[in-house]
Design a binder for this molecule. Structure first.
Ligand SMILES: Cc1cc2nc3c(=O)[nH]c(=O)nc-3n(C[C@H](O)[C@H](O)[C@H](O)COP(=O)(O)OP(=O)(O)OC[C@H]3O[C@@H](n4cnc5c(N)ncnc54)[C@H](O)[C@@H]3O)c2cc1C
Length: 432
């Protein structure tokens, strides 16, 4: 009987288990994870932090779902992989052999590289325990400093605000998330944050976190100010968890390199989820996506290939529908500006492809918080940003993902053209 060992109980690992069990009713499936809390929604942590959803809504699989999957769960940290012996090791605690191994080890927050970063009160938002810690500290904290750009830093700002903590938000650059948002979009969100009582500090970084009796008491900034606070929340990017793969001699770049079948440089070892950098056979490029749905799909495809099938992972246009500073936002495809931003590494909940500066003409339509930006290529739409009213979100996701020829609606480019109406009419015509 084939023994499949899956390292990681995030969405990629669990999607792989679910596919494996559907394909091979009697195979032995062992799930190894250091986090005994189990499988839950990481994107949901933001809403748990703002107290909009209870803890139990984070859980995705019921006990009955797990029973049907018939897995063996091993709680522990895999410390070494031995590809020659087909074994994973748990330090001094033992070994486990595998026929096929999946590495779905995810990513972890990059710590702030400043003195004082280890003080009590310095937090990150990777997992359930982090959100619990933040909630507990926020009960006693009056003021917090949040560091970083992108989605996670903003979720930290909003979570702390919702818990009654006064927030100072430090941005390294001149505006929020400049490599994905354009200036109007950044300003829109910054204004919403300011109206909500958040103090934004542009071109400001933490130089040192000051402490007393092991606890945070202030942050000294690169501009020479000292801001008193009891918490410092860090959202400056994530590091993919490559250590095991590297030590085992697997080919790595920013992530664990895999072919289109999610196979690493070792034939019986596969990788999926945030940690996998999958080669696209068409472009030859290998991208990183730290997004929920691509992680799930990579897990599913890896499982198919682990059973001996040959199914390539087809990278889709990256989409995220989320709330930024209270504004519902959909990010689709290539929308970036190519500008550097506040993140020191890979951003979580993000896609490298968003940051690409496509060869396009950008069209915008603005009405209060309702904002649409389209990135228009030669004959196709390459990307879109939809903020506020979300009526165009689904039509644009479909038009962009299916690379529909839009030459019949090039009047989009006329100044003052009613973008929304043209897109809706075009989408309707595609369906009929
Ligand atoms: C707060 C937050 C908000 C997010 N928001 C969004 C969003 O809006 N939209 C979106 O698409 N995505 C979002 N994401 C990202 C999304 O959740 C991730 O892309 C996805 O969870 C990645 O899944 P994964 O299975 O690859 O890795 P993970 O979920 O990171 O799981 C990896 C697991 O492997 C375990 N592990 C690692 N190394 C070892 C080892 N050596 N031994 C044993 N176990 C190990 C870890 O403990 C972990 O449980 C968000 C993430 C967070 C944290």
């Amino acid at each position: 009987m084939t023994r499949y060992v899956i390292v990681g109980n995030g969405v990629a690992g669990v999607a792989a288990i679910s596919s494996l069990r559907a394909l091979e009713g009697s195979a032995e499936i062992v799930q190894v994870a250091e986090d005994a809390r189990g499988f839950y929604s990481r994107p949901g942590l933001a809403y748990y932090l703002t107290d909009e959803i209870p803890e139990k809504m984070l859980t995705i699989y019921t006990k009955d779902d797990w029973r049907k999957l018939k897995t063996r769960f091993v709680k522990g940290v895999v410390t070494t992989i031995n590809p020659q012996k087909h074994q994973v090791e748990f330090g001094a605690l033992g070994k486990l052999s595998y026929d096929r191994l999946l590495l779905a080890t995810g990513s972890t927050a990059v710590p702030a590289a400043v003195p004082g970063a280890a003080l009590q009160g310095v937090v990150k938002l990777d997992d359930f325990d982090d959100s619990r810690r933040i909630i507990s500290l926020a009960r006693r904290a009056k003021t917090a400093v949040v560091l970083g750009g992108g989605i996670i830093a903003l979720e930290l700002v909003e979570g702390l605000k919702a818990r009654g903590v006064k927030v100072h938000y430090f941005l390294r650059g001149k505006r929020y998330w400049p490599n994905v948002l354009d200036e109007a979009e950044s300003r829109l969100l910054e204004q919403r944050l300011a109206e909500d009582g958040v103090t934004l500090h542009f071109q400001t970084e933490a130089a040192e976190i000051l402490g007393k009796s092991g606890k945070v008491i202030a942050v000294r900034t690169t501009r020479g100010e000292t801001i008193r606070c009891e918490m410092v929340a860090v959202g400056i990017g994530v590091k993919l968890r490559l250590e095991l793969a590297k030590a085992a001699g697997l080919a790595t770049d920013k992530g664990i390199l895999t072919d289109e079948n999610m196979r690493t440089s070792q034939p019986d070892i596969f990788a999926a989820g945030d940690v996998a950098q999958v080669r696209d056979p068409v472009s030859g490029q290998a991208f990183i996506d730290t997004l929920w749905y691509p992680a799930r799909e990579k897990g599913r495809i890896a499982a198919l290939n682990m059973t001996g099938r040959k199914i390539p992972y087809q990278r889709k246009v990256s989409v995220n529908v989320l709330r930024l500073a209270g504004v519902m936002t959909t990010i689709i495809g290539a929308v970036g500006s190519g500008v550097d931003d506040d993140l020191v590494s890979v951003a979580r909940g993000s896609s490298e492809s968003w940051q690409q500066l496509p060869n396009t003409i950008a069209m915008e339509s603005n009405m209060d918080v309702n904002h649409v930006r389209l990135m228009i290529g030669e004959n196709t739409l390459l990307g879109a940003m939809v903020m506020g009213e979300q009526k165009l979100s689904l039509p644009l996701q479909e038009i962009i993902s299916s690379k529909v020829d839009i030459s019949s609606i090039r009047h989009l480019l006329h100044p003052g053209a009613p973008l929304g109406q043209i897109i809706m009419d075009f989408w309707e015509s595609l369906k009929s």
